[in-house]
Design a protein around this ligand. Structure first.
Ligand code: FES
Length: 182
């Protein structure tokens, strides 16, 4: 763009040189080339700040996940009330994230177990067979012990990860996950 083009360049109304113009006039220039330059500069500044904020946010999330995993900490989450589940009853819940399906089973008056609902073979959902004392995986006839989560039969190679439970008053809470040791 030609800075001398009279269509593209105007003079400050007070006639003083550009360097002596007030700050506001430099931020809102009166000739088009400078105006374009300020706009590009502000846009670049904005993009750099947004990218920086995004990168810092990602690092912060990664650091939080890393620390949480190292401490083995997961949030306490209410999953049922005692009177909602009869002895022998079961319910599916998610913990700690919506994509982690778990299975809560009531074994006795104040006795509960909870496991990852996905079979350790190929991740089919397991089904409680409370009277038989098993968790059954229908995909390849896998069987897990209901009390310990250990594999009893079929191809599952590892126990089901167990959800730690706490009973407070009349409520049951998930309080962490014990990763299964083979
Ligand atoms: S997926 Fe459960 S036994 Fe194969």
């Amino acid at each position: 763009m030609n800075r001398q083009d009279p269509e593209q360049l105007s003079s400050p109304p007070d006639g003083r040189p550009e360097a002596e113009q007030p700050r506001w006039r430099r931020d809102f220039p009166i000739d088009w080339p400078q105006d374009d330059y300020v706009t590009r500069r502000d846009f670049t500044k904005f993009m750099v700040l947004v990218s920086l904020a995004f990168a810092v946010g990602q690092v912060w999330i990664l650091a939080q996940n890393f620390l949480r995993q190292r401490r083995g900490e997961l949030p306490l989450q209410e999953i049922a009330r005692l009177d909602e589940l009869p002895v022998g009853g079961a319910r599916v819940f998610t913990y700690p994230e919506a994509h982690n399906p778990r299975l809560l089973v009531r074994l006795g008056d104040r006795s509960f177990v909870a496991y990852d609902q996905l079979c350790t073979h190929l991740s089919c959902p397991v089904i409680p067979q409370v009277e038989a004392g098993h968790l059954h995986c229908p995909c390849h006839e896998g069987l897990f012990d209901l009390v310990t989560g250990q594999p009893l039969a079929g191809p599952p190679p590892r126990p089901l990860p167990r959800v730690k439970l706490e009973i407070r008053g009349d409520k049951i809470y998930a309080a962490g996950v014990e990763e299964a040791l083979a």
